[in-house]
Design a protein around this ligand. Structure first.
Ligand SMILES: Cc1ncc(C[n+]2csc(CCOP(=O)(O)OP(=O)(O)O)c2C)c(N)n1
Length: 584
């Protein structure tokens, strides 16, 4: 069958099982938009290409499938760069398709020409400028294969206009030609056995669970392993939901704004078992002082992560789900032959820390509305069952800390790049991918204003996402750092709470707009927002402008220097420093 390059592109996307493409057309990509009209693909017309990129990410986070975005050449393509960098940092599988100027004009500074493969080289797992029409189907098949296998990530395919217009003989499936691309083989059973021996011998183990557990679908084997090893579990910002917060072995989130018990358990551990985690600086604090007494077992699909920040005593490379199944089996064997693990004192100690030094804030009935209170009420009213998407800043940390996650793929955020503006478009993508679920974006007023225009897209597409704006009138997280580290010299962080009027803005975008100013109204307003169907509901929560996020490990300091925050007395802070258990 003879088809155009554009038809080959659309047919290839259909064959890949794509159901939705987020994009915005322009000159160079125009040929592709014509066959799109009559295809089975649903195209969502975003208002800004960054929104298309984050929507593709949200879709991928929520579904585990590859998200797809499309843009024209030049500014359309460069508007995708932030989302590609974001997906690269957080290992999110997306495919970006960009138009390019005709091949004969490449390198001439033609109208809307940008070297997008050059620009995105460092922030994509792979990219390709397709110059042969006959390669289109192979390029698309390879893009999906690379994005979704091994350590997932973003792939960009750049298609010049004349390549999209050329005629070619269509055939599927294409032959993939990827001589330099290797997906790690099965994990080494000998190394898994060595890891199991270390875990069986450990008296103070911690399972340090990263985003790889969710991406590889390993939450069930993780549960079995934790219970068998009787080991406390910490879930990083990327892994919230991988292990239920209600589980007695769950210590919550480690890191800069982690729970005391999670942070301190890592510091005192004799064995850290890293599962699809990358020893990010936000988790380790000052690296030289991280988990100083621990041996390290590191499971990862990406060999480049092994020893990158922290040397591993045993490293297991390969698919985590397979590795965890083997690891659990090996542990079962050791428990059967040598008896159960001896961690009871440790589990009791870490649980004592959890009770002694919990997350703490005070919500007075007549006092300012606390963001933590809103998150806790949302958590209670939704039974921990919502898909929660966050922006970047204090609200993100409050959401990660206070929402009681019960299942994987229910928490979506920008962990590595920390991209303000992520929440609304990512929630749009998540809702497209999981249409029957409740999707709630928790956003800061600063973040919201970066990509709020995608509310129009959501309203037109009939997506009933909930957007909870934590309107503290400040770039709150930056304000907090200026308060703590620049002697309260506030510089360029005040936004103001009244402009824009978020209720009117929501209504202007065809959404339902609500406002909540007091703690007593939170449940009623949330109930109203949750009841909205067919269009987004946006709530302007007027939250306390001076609220901080605690605990906190100051940047560049050791995790041992964790600050519990103003809700704790000096005596409690000293007890925490001494690792005491002070409450039963
Ligand atoms: C695109 C981008 N620009 C700047 C920053 C730096 N930054 C991190 S958090 C933050 C403040 C976010 O403010 P807001 O959205 O109001 O959330 P809050 O911290 O008040 O909850 C800023 C400016 C960033 N992460 N991303």
């Amino acid at each position: 069958m003879q088809v155009t390059g554009a038809q080959a592109l659309v047919l290839s996307l259909e064959r890949q099982g794509v159901d939705v493409v987020f994009g915005l057309p322009g000159g160079a990509i125009l040929p592709a938009y014509d066959p799109l009209r009559s295809s089975s693909l649903r195209h969502v017309l975003v208002r800004h290409e960054q929104g298309a990129g984050h929507a593709a990410e949200g879709y991928a986070w929520a579904t585990g499938r590859v998200g797809v975005c499309m843009a024209t050449s030049g500014p359309g393509a460069t508007n995708l760069v932030t989302a590609l960098a974001d997906a690269y940092m957080d290992s999110v599988p997306i495919v970006a398709i960009t138009g390019q100027v005709p091949t004969a004009m490449i390198g001439t500074d033609a109208f809307q020409e940008s070297d997008i493969t050059g620009i995105t080289g460092p922030v994509t797992k792979h990219n390709e400028l397709v110059t042969e029409p006959g390669r289109i189907s192979a390029a698309i098949a390879e893009a999906f294969h690379i994005a979704s296998t091994g350590r997932p990530g973003p792939v960009l395919v750049d298609l010049p206009k004349d390549v999209l217009q050329a005629r070619l003989a269509w055939s599927w499936p294409p032959v993939m030609d990827l001589p330099g691309y290797r997906v790690p083989g099965p994990p080494d059973p000998g190394l898994i056995a060595a890891a199991a021996r270390l875990l069986h011998q450990a008296r103070r183990p911690v399972l340090y669970v990263g985003g790889g557990v969710i991406k590889s679908g390993s939450h069930e084997p993780l549960n079995a392993l934790a219970e068998l090893a009787r080991s406390p579990v910490v879930t990083t910002l990327m892994a919230r939901g991988a292990f239920p917060d209600s589980h007695p072995l769950a210590l919550g989130m480690p890191g800069m704004h982690g729970m005391y018990a999670a942070v301190t358990a890592l510091q005192e551990a004799d064995l850290v078992v890293a599962l699809g985690a990358r020893f990010d600086d936000r988790v380790t604090g000052r690296l030289a002082d991280f988990a100083p007494r621990a041996k390290v077992v590191h499971f990862d699909i990406d060999p480049a992560e092994i020893g990158k920040n922290r040397a591993a005593d045993v490293a297991v490379i390969g698919d985590l789900r397979t590795a965890l199944a083997g690891f659990t089996e090996a542990m079962r064997g050791l428990v059967a032959s040598d008896g159960p693990t001896d961690t009871a004192d440790w589990v009791e100690l870490t649980a004592g820390w959890k009770r002694s030094f919990p997350l703490r804030y005070t919500q007075r009935d007549d006092g300012p509305l606390k963001p933590q209170h809103v998150v806790e009420r949302l958590s209670a009213l939704t039974g921990g069952d919502a898909i929660v998407v966050a922006g970047v800043g204090q609200h993100q940390m409050h959401a990660a800390q206070h929402y009681a996650f019960t299942r994987p793929r229910s928490w979506i955020n920008s962990g590595g790049l920390g991209t303000m503006g992520f929440a609304v478009p990512a929630a749009m993508g998540a809702q497209m991918g999981r249409p029957d679920e409740l999707v709630v974006a928790i956003d800061g007023d600063g973040c919201f204003q970066m990509t709020a225009q995608e509310l129009a897209t959501c309203a037109i597409e009939g997506l009933p996402i909930k957007v909870l704006i934590f309107n503290n009138g400040f770039l709150g997280m930056v304000r907090q750092w200026q308060e703590l580290f620049y002697e309260e010299r506030y510089s360029e962080v005040h936004l103001g709470t009244a402009i824009p009027d978020y209720v009117k803005l929501a209504e202007a975008y065809g959404c339902v707009g609500l406002r909540c100013e007091t703690a007593g109204d939170v449940d009623a307003v949330l109930d109203k927002a949750l009841a909205v169907t067919g269009v987004p509901a946006v709530v302007d929560f007027r939250t306390h402008d001076a609220e901080g996020v605690f605990p906190m490990v100051p940047a560049g300091r050791a995790n041992d220097d964790i600050v519990l925050g103003p809700e704790f007395s000096a005596a409690e802070q000293q007890a925490a420093a001494r690792r005491e258990v002070i409450a039963r």
